[in-house]
Design a binder for this molecule. Structure first.
Ligand SMILES: NC(=O)c1ccc[n+]([C@@H]2O[C@H](COP(=O)([O-])OP(=O)(O)OC[C@H]3O[C@@H](n4cnc5c(N)ncnc54)[C@H](OP(=O)(O)O)[C@@H]3O)[C@@H](O)[C@H]2O)c1
Length: 239
């Protein structure tokens, strides 16, 4: 059984990804209050951890690559579990092993790398030395469903937040791995054609990653400063 997965994102009214590009808060509205809603609701959702794509995790994990000579040969497919110490999980989907953590946590949550089988022994050794846990998502790192099942069985987690960027959200949507969306709409617009959006599947032309799925509104709330919080359950589409 995989965990229940909620895609929790903040966005502009045109669905864009980068708050730094949004229009300013209106007169009398505190930008800090708007930004603060995201973390408050992250806590309210009471998950066992959170998941981000490699690019987002690279921005959050501040480690640098260590060049480890003579790394031992390590088995592919075998998970490595560091010392979690009851902490929530900070999970990065990193098929090629490009994220360097430098420690066993991201913002206090225990770091877990989801890797492909081509990752080097030097990188696996670096993760072990840093105290980071890792699991494999198949030979190429794209078996995200299997990876979520392994995370559930290895760490006993039941509920995870998927928190971007758009590419990894799109991949999870395509694989029908999202059970719910929690969307915070800033009173703001980006407005530029082609700017990244909060769900951005990169597939073949004509692909519809949400095919066969339907969204049902389960919650609608106006928050201080004019932010709107929507929750949608993802259901199988009728027929
Ligand atoms: N609204 C917000 O506040 C918010 C939230 C989160 C992130 N962000 C921003 O979003 C930006 C990054 O977003 P992004 O969409 O470019 O990147 P992303 O989703 O963070 O990461 C994408 C990467 O994940 C890896 N990946 C593994 N399996 C994948 C699969 N099946 N499909 C797609 N990717 C897969 C790939 O790594 P490899 O390239 O190594 O193969 C891919 O390049 C950052 O600037 C971050 O600050 C904003």
């Amino acid at each position: 059984m995989r965990p229940y997965i909620i895609c929790h994102m903040g966005t502009s009214i045109d669905g864009r990804l980068h708050p730094s590009r949004f229009t300013s808060a209106a007169a009398g509205v505190s930008p800090a209050v708007l930004r603060g809603h995201y973390e408050k609701i992250h806590e309210t959702l009471d998950a066992d951890g959170w998941i981000v794509g490699r690019k987002t995790m690279s921005e959050m994990a501040k480690g640098t690559e260590r060049h480890i000579a003579d790394a031992p040969k390590l088995p592919r497919g075998a998970s490595h579990v560091g010392n979690r110490n009851g902490r929530k999980l900070a999970i990065g989907i990193d098929p090629s092993g490009r994220v360097h953590f430098g420690k066993d946590n991201v913002g206090g949550d225990h770091a877990v790398a989801v890797l492909g089988g081509e990752v080097s022994d030097a990188h696996l050794t670096e993760l072990r030395e840093d105290g980071v846990s890792y699991i494999f998502a198949g030979p190429t790192g794209d078996d995200l469903g299997g990876a979520m099942e392994r995370i559930a069985s290895t760490f006993g987690v039941k509920r995870l937040l998927l928190e971007g960027g758009g590419s990894i959200n799109g991949a999870f949507l395509k694989l029908k791995l999202i059970d719910e969306f929690s969307t915070l709409i800033f009173p703001a617009v980006d407005g530029v054609a082609g700017t990244q959006s909060i769900v951005d599947y990169h597939g073949r032309e004509g692909d519809r990653p949400g095919a066969g799925q339907a969204l049902r509104l389960t919650h609608l709330e106006a928050l201080e400063g004019g932010m709107v919080w929507l929750r949608h359950a993802v259901e199988r589409a009728p027929g």
